[in-house]
Design a protein around this ligand. Structure first.
Ligand code: BES
Ligand code: MN
Ligand code: ZN
Length: 473
């Protein structure tokens, strides 16, 4: 898409989009159309409504946003335009924002509008509609509107990247693909990127990570990206679970296995956020780690009851090979905390079905040992519609993970408190870092939605982390 703000001449051949707050419907219609006489039974600016009309040869799309709409409501209302009304859109679109729109609300609208161009028909003979040449004129009273459209373009492309990484199949999105993705980002954005192969991971002691990858024909890759800014206000560490496919290993999954291409959703969020932070040149230092690995079966697979090592030096009794995410997070976190002195650490992982049992698909389960970080993440998530809610890290849950033969076991073997005991396992590898947060995103990384018939990636984490970081500056 090609954005242009406040063009001198108004193109009448464009589809004209007018977003409308419910409380100002009459004023907005009067000021934009010259009349307010659309009966409220037809259009009253309510949330999730729209109305198309033709006026003097121009097609006008009124988009109702309701009262005080949240970021996500605006984003989705605009995503609907290309996603559902693409026949209205030709070569040119103009979006005419009323003076009451804040910069944040315009950002949400422009991000959502671009997300509407995303479609998962990658492997179809008939290619999805191409919007790269679509011209979009923005009318707004906000100054610096050019930087607003630039920013929205970067946010949308990071989110689309996160969608793709999750939605593309596991024979495409392999650990090697993610490693190459990171190297390409490094070249484009001049970031320091390291991708450890098996040999290097061995010499670095990433034994838990390597155990998970042992049964796969695809070599595991341990990805590290460093973004540095001279005016950085703090140093944030991110770790994302990058299981490119989770069969369960020898404890093989018997249900919903095809959904497990999404088991790198945390990794996708971390990679896409890193891209975004670099493109926006945010005043932060960021070290991002994605242990990328496929969990599958072969004669070399790790076995239930095996004792494996870990980067932190703890021995681990493997009770269940399907509890693999915590094993790679353990090494990712330990490596990050030992080698980089980050002020805060956040990990994102599609870790447990139990977190879905607790919260459904509404929010991530948040585990955190620091009040400011915890509140900051909850607040940022509410602001952008990527919510999380806390669960406890009480020591009695940690006791569940004690092993008789090793330092710790990867599953307590009981049908309760699965998300919490997983978090306690992960915490054991954080070297008592004082500001660590773990987001179990199993219920929110991949899901049903109005924009496709099957489950698709949500990019959960990208907007949340950007907002969280910017709120600290
Ligand atoms: N990747 C899964 C968790 C998951 C489940 C993500 C459903 C998204 C949707 C994880 O690796 C897993 O298999 N967890 C097990 C752990 C158990 C064996 C201790 C689970 O939650 O059942
Ligand atoms: Mn698993
Ligand atoms: Zn998994």
């Amino acid at each position: 898409m090609q954005f242009k703000t406040n063009p001198k001449t108004f193109s009448t051949l464009a589809l004209r989009i007018i977003p409308v707050f419910e409380e100002n419907t009459a004023e907005i219609l009067t000021s934009k159309l010259g009349f307010s006489g659309i009966p409220s039974s037809i259009f009253s600016g309510k949330k999730d409504t729209s109305y198309t009309l033709e006026l003097e040869g121009q097609v006008i799309l009124l988009v109702g946003l309701g009262t005080n709409p949240e970021y996500k409501t605006i984003e989705n209302s605009f995503r609907r335009i290309l996603s559902k009304n693409s026949s209205l859109v030709e070569k040119l679109v103009s979006i005419d924002f009323d003076d009451n729109f804040s910069a944040d609300q315009i950002e949400a609208a422009l991000v959502g509008f671009q997300l509407g161009s995303y479609s998962i028909g990658f492997y179809k003979k008939e290619k999805p509609k191409d919007y790269s040449k679509l011209k979009v004129e923005i009318i707004t009273v906000i100054d610096k509107s050019k930087s607003l459209t630039d920013r929205a373009e970067k946010i949308a492309s990071a989110k689309i990247e996160a969608f793709k990484l999750v939605d593309l199949p596991p024979n495409k999105i392999t650990p090697e693909y993610l490693g190459d993705w990171a190297k390409n980002l490094g070249k484009k954005s001049k970031l320091d990127v390291k991708v450890f192969d098996v040999k290097k991971a061995k010499s670095e002691g990433l034994e838990a990570f390597l155990a998970v990858g042992r049964g796969s024909a695809k070599d595991p890759k341990f990805i590290i990206i460093e973004y540095r800014h001279p005016k950085a206000k703090f140093h944030l560490g991110l770790v994302g679970k990058g299981v490119t496919f989770d069969t369960g290993g020898l404890n093989i999954k018997t249900q919903g296995m095809h959904h497990m291409k999404s088991d790198m959703g945390g990794g996708a969020a971390v990679l896409a956020t890193t891209q975004l932070i670099a493109e926006l040149e945010v005043h932060v230092n960021l070290t991002a780690i994605v242990p990328a690995v496929e969990n599958t079966i072969d004669k070399e697979s790790f076995l239930p009851s095996e004792i494996i090592g870990s980067h932190a030096g703890l021995s681990i009794e493997v009770i269940d090979t399907d509890a693999e995410g915590r094993l790679i997070l353990a090494d990712g976190l330990s490596y990050l905390i030992k080698n980089y002195k980050t002020d805060q650490v956040i990990d994102l992982a599609t870790l447990t079905g139990s977190s879905i049992g607790t919260f459904g698909f509404e929010c991530a389960a948040l585990f955190c040992n620091d009040g400011n970080l915890s509140h900051g993440l909850q607040l940022a998530g509410e602001e952008v519609g990527e919510k999380s809610w806390p669960l406890p890290l009480w020591e009695n849950y940690g006791k569940e993970m004690e092993s008789e033969i090793a330092d710790i076991k990867n599953f307590h073997g009981k049908p309760f408190a699965g998300a919490i005991t997983a978090a306690k396992f992960v915490q054991a590898f954080t070297h008592n870092h004082p500001a660590w947060a773990h987001l179990d995103i199993a219920g929110v990384a991949f899901g049903d939605g109005e924009f496709s018939k099957t489950k698709t990636g949500t990019a959960y984490g990208v907007s949340l982390l950007l907002r969280y970081i910017e709120n600290q500056l």
